[in-house]
Design a protein around this ligand. Structure first.
Ligand SMILES: [Zn+2]
Length: 283
């Protein structure tokens, strides 16, 4: 009897030990499973979910690519000139680390959008279509202009901006320029953009082609304080050219920043994009 009890006790004890071992084995397995899942989720965040949307521009279809790096966040990046790839390259890297959305017009690597209405062909700059006045000037500059072409270009611009998520607090427009073209000097005293500018800062040690243009005074001050070339657009007096900066400057509903860098300045563009994010977080 005693032996039996002893054995039973022992066996119970043994069985209990087995359960504990099994439990800890299962917990380890579950823990490893959770870790693997977390790793997979973070790996997925590196690669975007890409969605393509077709927008009508007159009788022409224009494809717009939306790359979601995780959930949309407060920042939406937008690239309208398909020949300005350095800025997009930098933005993709930045977004893959931080998450966010990139909206990009697919235009076969070209700057101007071509479209037809009837038998007539038109050409327009996709950064001049956010007012009818700007669209008309741009169409006229690059070829034919008509009332219906202005309407079509303007409507396309509206449809494009309707893709910007509602929670966007800051729009970052990605642009590249060429040496000796548009630069921070354009907005300084005597430059073509002087009258559109409230304040401008030029850092002599910086390449003048790498600069920010923003509609927001606080963003301007922070970017300037961080040592970058920066332009604060005069939102009240800026000339209506149909550009996105004028559109958002007039509306004032969110912070808008153009990140302008010279073609090929991918690393510099990446640093500047991170600076915008830093400036947004400061309070
Ligand atoms: Zn551009």
């Amino acid at each position: 009897m005693q032996t039996y009890l002893k054995t039973r006790k022992l066996s119970t004890c043994k069985a209990g030990g087995g359960k504990r071992l099994y439990l800890s084995y299962m917990l380890r397995r579950i823990w490893i499973g959770i870790c693997m899942l977390l790793l997979m989720v973070s790996a997925c965040a590196q690669r975007p979910d890409v969605e393509r949307k077709k927008l009508a521009l007159g009788e022409t279809d224009v494809w717009v690519e939306l790359s979601y790096y995780g959930q949309p966040r407060a920042i939406t990046a937008i690239n309208v000139h398909d020949d300005e790839c350095s800025s997009v390259e930098a933005a993709r890297e930045w977004l893959s680390e931080n998450g966010g959305l990139l909206i990009r017009i697919e235009n076969g690597g070209e700057r101007l959008l071509k479209f037809t209405i009837g038998r007539q062909q038109y050409k327009v700059d996709p950064n001049r279509i956010y007012s009818k006045e700007g669209a008309a000037k741009s169409l006229d500059r690059f070829g034919e202009v008509s009332g219906e072409a202005v309407e079509a270009a303007y409507r396309f611009g509206r449809d494009l901006l309707a893709l910007v998520p509602g929670q966007t607090k800051c729009m970052v427009a990605l642009h590249n320029n060429t040496e000796g073209g548009l630069s921070v000097h354009t907005y300084r005293q005597g430059g073509d953009g002087e009258m559109d500018t409230k304040e401008v800062i030029h850092m002599p040690e910086r390449d003048p082609d790498d600069f920010f243009l923003t509609t927001d005074s606080v963003m301007y001050q922070r970017l300037a304080a961080a040592g970058y070339n920066a332009v604060w657009q005069h939102n009240e007096e800026v000339r209506e050219d149909g550009s996105m900066s004028v559109y958002y400057g007039r509306r004032g509903e969110m912070v808008y920043v153009n990140c302008e860098t010279e073609h090929g300045h991918v690393e510099q563009c990446g640093k500047m994009l991170r600076e915008i994010e830093k400036a947004l977080k400061e309070n």
